[in-house]
Design a protein around this ligand. Structure first.
Ligand code: SF4
Ligand code: SF4
Length: 334
């Protein structure tokens, strides 16, 4: 039977903690969204990471912690942070660019780390390395093989841009060969470096038609091989229900300067709803992202309308032809 994609609704009572423990990175990817002017350049001490994590423990709720950077394995105490998060009851993921510094695989274990996620943006060095850096494909694939051999559950993140959309299909045999369990297809955002002058005018963006022509079909191919595939919904029809995760879900995007956002599209602006101060999670007052979440507009996502209005097509009646979904709303197949 051909697998069919389903929309994954936001789950009440589940917390997702996206924890950027540093912003330093050994790479300089074309589409990097890290913005040290807004996110800080500190490397958080292990004791700080532990105290901040404890702020997000909620009795009776399940939670996922995703350690991010920068490159989180540049942190010498990442393995200890993973163990602490696991001890607090979280399901733990590390998102790495594949370099796995500080002998990370040998300092943690598949019992503590639920998923080790690798970022790769092409099925070969010719596609991946111009986007992520020379030699990155070989290093990342080599470390995926090591991780799989050692029994780690691995996932792979592919950020779709105009430079690699047409190569997505060739990822399917590679995923099978590497033993990847989950495949996350992301869409390039207008944040960080991809929004800057060096990116060129929308040089990396992908149109709705091109996205729909490629991504769902490739996702179905990977799912047919037994791989679980997740990709953003991006576009929803006029009559479909729109939900803003900022209103109905519990997502926290934590940065080393103490800013805590609920919406990733807001991260380039000092409008974070929360902050960590004195190791306590504190709600910010005033005009913040959470005030924007409450606005109902026919275009769907308010932040998308503010930041990238030319992603929206309008019909002859002046109404949007489709709505832009919350960037956190996913389709899942497999
Ligand atoms: S996208 Fe990730 S791996 Fe690439 S430069 Fe940015 S933080 Fe580093
Ligand atoms: S992406 Fe849009 S819909 Fe999703 S949380 Fe942010 S403002 Fe809300």
């Amino acid at each position: 039977m051909t697998p069919v994609a389903r929309t994954v609704g936001f789950k009440p009572g589940e917390r997702n903690i996206f924890f950027h423990i540093l912003t330093a990175c050994n790479l300089s990817c074309r589409h990097c969204y890290i913005n040290p002017a807004q996110h800080g350049s500190e490397t958080l001490a292990l004791a700080t990471i532990e105290r901040w994590l404890e702020q997000f423990v909620a009795p009776g709720e399940t939670g996922n912690v995703i350690f991010l950077g920068g490159e989180p394995t540049l942190h010498p105490d990442l393995a200890a942070a993973v163990a602490h998060a696991k001890g607090l009851g979280f399901c733990v993921t590390v998102d790495s660019n594949g370099y796995l510094f500080h002998d990370f695989l040998h300092r943690t274990s598949p019992d503590l780390l639920d998923y080790l996620s690798f970022s790769l943006d092409g099925p070969d060095p010719g596609v991946n390395d111009p986007l992520r850096g020379s030699g990155v494909f070989a290093t990342c694939v080599g470390n995926i093989r090591k991780a799989v051999e050692m029994g780690f559950r691995t996932s792979l993140i592919y950020t779709v841009s105009s430079r690699n959309l047409l190569h997505l299909e060739r990822m399917v045999p590679l995923l099978g060969e590497l033993g990847i369990k989950k495949f996350f297809i992301q869409v390039i955002g207008l944040r960080g470096r991809s929004a800057g002058p060096t990116a060129g005018e929308h040089a990396l963006q992908v149109s709705r038609d091109k996205w729909l022509a490629v991504v769902p079909a490739v996702a179905a191919m990977a799912a047919a091989q037994g791989i679980q595939v997740t990709y953003p919904k991006v576009f929803i029809e006029r009559d479909e229900i729109f939900e803003c995760a900022g209103r109905v879900a519990e997502n926290y995007f934590i940065f080393p300067n103490g800013r805590v956002y609920q919406c990733p599209l807001c991260e380039d602006h000092p409008i974070n709803a929360w902050r960590i101060e004195g190791d306590r999670l504190v709600k910010n007052a005033g005009l913040r992202e959470d005030r924007l979440f409450t606005l109902d507009i026919p275009e769907g996502c308010v932040m998308n309308k503010l930041l990238q209005p030319d992603t929206i097509d309008y019909g002859g009646d002046g109404r949007p032809a489709h709505k832009i979904s919350c960037c956190l709303l996913k389709q899942e197949i497999g």
